[in-house]
Design a protein. Sequence first.
Length: 86
Amino acid sequence: MRCAQAPLQAVIWGVCPPGTQLGDVKVSFGGKTLPATIGKDLGKTTWMVKLPPTPASFTPVNITASSGGVDLTLANVLFGDVWVCS
């Protein structure tokens, strides 16, 4: 069996306050700012961004989500294949 390999699009998401509008949440990745889509999920207001296809690498990157003057950063993120063995 052969599985799909990189580069595929990773999805990141989070929860935001009710009333958040399209354009209120932005994600910085790879020198670009990506707008988030806003929706409802399980009764909460959520945001979602599809990152551009990113090849596997040992070079860590940062992903920053910004909204309402608050910035949250995921630091030292690596992209690549995940193997699970047991």
